[in-house]
Design a protein around this ligand. Sequence first.
Ligand code: ACO
Length: 149
Amino acid sequence: MSFAIHPVTKEDEEEWTRLFKLYLVFYKATVSDEIIKSTFQRALDPEIKLWAALAFSNETQKPIGLVNYFSHIQTWDIKDKILLNDLYVDEDARVKGVGRGLIEYVYNHADELGTPEVYWNTDKTNHRAQLLYTKVGVEKGKNSYKRPL
Ligand code: ACO
C-alpha cells in the first residue's frame, strides 16, 4: 500500500479524533472529549514536546493511521527520550506496512531532534502488535507496574 505520513495540522482534527477514538475503543478506555481535544491542541503547540502524525493513503488521500508521541527528561542521560504512546491503523489498512511506517517516522523525527532514544509499551496479550515490534525494536524484558488507584 502506498501512503504518506505527515505531522497533524489543525485541519486534521476530525480524522485524528476518529482514529484516536478507535484506538481508545481497542483499549476499552474511556477518555472525555475535553481531554481528546486538549491532546490534539497540545500536539499542535510548538512549545509542547508532544507530537502527532497521520498516515494518508495515496489512493484516497484519507488518513488510515495515527501515532502520538512525546519527549521527556531522564536521569541516565542529559538528552530527552521519546515515548511512542499511541499507535493505530484502520482495520482495512493493516498488515500493509503502515504501522511500521509510523514507527519509522517517529525514529526519523527523534533523530532530527537529536534525541534518538524511542521506546513504547504494549500489552503482553497484544500478539499482533508484537509481530511488528519484534522486527522494528528489541523487547526490554521489563514488567510494568502502576499505583492501584
Ligand atoms: N502473521 C505473520 N506476520 C504478521 C501477521 C500474521 N498474522 N500479521 C502481521 N504480521 C507482520 C507483518 O508481516 C508485518 O511485518 P513486515 O513489516 O516485516 O512485513 C508486521 O507484522 C505488521 O506490520 P505493519 O503492516 O506495518 O503493521 P500494521 O499497519 O498492521 O499495524 C498495528 C500494526 C498498529 C499493531 C495494528 O494492528 C493496530 O492498529 N492494531 C490495533 C491497535 C494496537 O494494537 N496498537 C498498538 C498498541 S501498542 C502502542 O500503542 C504503543
